[in-house]
Design a protein around this ligand. Structure first.
Ligand code: C2O
Ligand code: CU
Length: 423
């Protein structure tokens, strides 16, 4: 409950969250990031294929007062990505205080006339977060249980209790779970079906009709919902099974996320196409290696994260299978930097259609085994690792993270020299 005091929030170019950045596939971009905080941080481009030096993980530290200006060429399909801080050991708190924003990659298919694509009208970003406020309206940064901090108040695009006026027959929502720990099961109050058109890394082959969609921290989905003139329906988060009985996960909590109120007369929308794109399949049969990752509540494969240690050395331009098992009793998810992967199987079964496109973060409930197939892009630097980790940020900060480098054939891992002086 809030009594209307001022929370101490952090933001990019403003008090909370940050501007939506839009780039086009094929474009060379440069971002200037000045750190006006009085502690060091980083800015990570979550879901981007990019050189490790531009990634914004804990090796690209920005000291107070300093400016970091990475530049790279965007070469991936259109997608809903995001950006957030990644300081070693305090990512959870930096994100919780408000740092984060959307990063949209456009291409001809994602901005097609056949999809709702007018930003702010029928193409709407929704950044969903949970916070707890004290009686003075300040953020409460304590009370971590099982998965981390579970807030009691929902924020959508940084606002408490907003509503959305629908003006078109079809509206596309780009949903981002930017919470530090909570997972959501989104659906509409009348259980109406809606279409999922895109996952983390871009469009699915075809729209998938569902009445619920789960997002664990950092996952995104683009959905399209149809409304009739004058209708009212609420986007809601429902109780869900996170596979962790007895562990506090927030799975039983319910929230009204966003009431949608349709105008009396709606702008006509095109029919959703039957085919959205052709997702280029990575063939697990071409994998040159399979690596095993066992997730525990504070480590992966018996090792806590160590900034100086390179855990995996992969060869550029090869395909691998990463076999991820949650051997703990708490839910995790698994995120890999610098790329998009595909889910081959969940407990040896093919994934549901909404998980069959490009992903960079995937849910891993207790006991589950995931097989992920991934190709390592051209960038090579034996001294500068990318991260893989659980995106429940309390777990990440506690050490459920590891590092990989992408090297030329036959090359050895180098020596890490960056990011060694975090407090
Ligand atoms: Cu979204 Cu390593 O993070
Ligand atoms: Cu975890």
């Amino acid at each position: 409950m809030t009594t209307g005091g001022d929370a101490d929030t952090w933001g990019y170019n403003g008090a909370l969250l940050g501007p939506t950045l839009r780039v086009r596939s094929g474009e060379q971009i440069r971002v200037n990031v000045r750190n006006d905080l009085d502690e060091a941080t980083t800015v990570h481009w979550h879901g981007m294929r990019l050189p490790a030096a531009c990634d914004g993980g804990p090796h690209q530290k920005i000291e107070p007062g300093a400016t970091w200006s990475p530049t790279w060429k965007v070469f991936q399909p259109g997608a809903t990505l995001w950006y957030h801080p990644h300081p070693h050991g305090s990512t959870e708190v930096h994100v919780y205080r408000g740092l984060g924003g959307m990063l949209l990659v456009d291409d001809d298919e994602t901005t097609s006339e056949h999809l709702p694509h007018r930003y702010g009208q029928d193409d709407i970003p929704l950044i969903v977060q949970d916070k707890t406020f004290d009686e003075f309206g300040k953020f409460v940064e304590a009370d971590r249980r099982g998965v981390g901090m579970l807030g009691t108040t929902l924020l959508v695009n940084g606002a408490v209790g907003p509503t959305f006026q629908v003006t078109s027959e079809l509206t596309r929502f780009r949903l981002l779970n930017a919470s530090t720990a909570r997972s959501y099961s989104f659906g509409f109050s009348d259980d109406r079906p809606f279409h999922i058109i895109a996952s983390d890394g871009g469009l699915l082959d075809a729209p998938v009709s569902v009445d619920r969609v789960r997002l664990t921290p950092a996952e995104r989905v683009e959905i399209v919902v149809r409304m009739a003139p004058g209708e009212r329906v609420v986007l809601h988060s429902y109780p869900q099974d996170l596979g962790a009985p007895g562990i506090p996960t927030g799975a039983d909590d319910q929230f009204d996320v966003l009431p949608l109120i349709a105008a009396g007369k709606l702008r006509p929308s095109p029919q959703l196409p039957h085919r959205l794109t052709r997702v280029r399949r990575l063939d697990p049969g071409t994998a040159v290696a399979t690596r095993d990752f066992e997730l525990r509540s504070d480590r992966i494969n018996d090792e806590h994260m160590d900034m100086a240690r390179i855990d995996q050395v992969v060869t550029v331009d090869t395909v691998e299978i990463w076999h991820v098992t949650n051997v703990s009793l708490v839910p995790h998810n698994f995120h890999v930097h610098g790329m998009q992967f595909q889910v081959v199987s969940v407990d040896e079964q093919p994934p549901p259609a909404e998980l069959a496109g490009w992903k960079d973060t995937v849910f891993a409930p207790p006991g589950v085994q995931l097989r992920l197939v991934m190709r390592f892009a051209k960038y090579s630097d034996p001294d500068l690792p990318y991260m893989y980790h659980c995106h429940l940020l309390w777990h990440e900060d506690a050490g459920v993270m590891g590092q990989f480098v992408v090297v030329k054939p036959g090359e050895e891992a180098g020596t890490v020299t960056t990011g060694l002086d975090w407090p």
